[in-house]
Design a protein around this ligand. Structure first.
Ligand code: ZN
Length: 93
């Protein structure tokens, strides 16, 4: 039978192992966020590589989605919409 001292040691070991694993996971998550931000910062340093790309899709996800003309209720304004994310932009006709 394990002594109280030994049980305490094993319980404490498990607790620190859990803290260690939780910290590893948190670090991995932060690294992912950091890598994603680094890539977005690089893209945001210049205009999109093609005209008429959805800015949300390009800058946030590095995805090339064209903005396409959508129905506009106002004849003075043209509306362009991204079919991938729904972003829309109004431009003077
Ligand atoms: Zn989009």
């Amino acid at each position: 039978m394990a002594s109280d001292y030994e049980s305490y040691r094993i319980e404490m070991l498990r607790r620190f192992e859990q803290q260690h694993n939780d910290a590893e996971q948190a670090i991995a998550n932060h690294r992912q966020v950091q890598a994603r931000a680094r890539e977005a910062i690089a893209r945001l340093g210049s205009p999109p590589p093609e005209p008429n790309l959805c800015p949300d899709c390009w800058y946030e996800h590095s995805k090339r989605s064209p903005l396409k003309p959508a129905d506009s209720k106002d004849g003075m304004i043209d509306v362009f919409r991204c079919s991938a994310c729904g972003f829309s932009e109004e431009r003077r006709a």
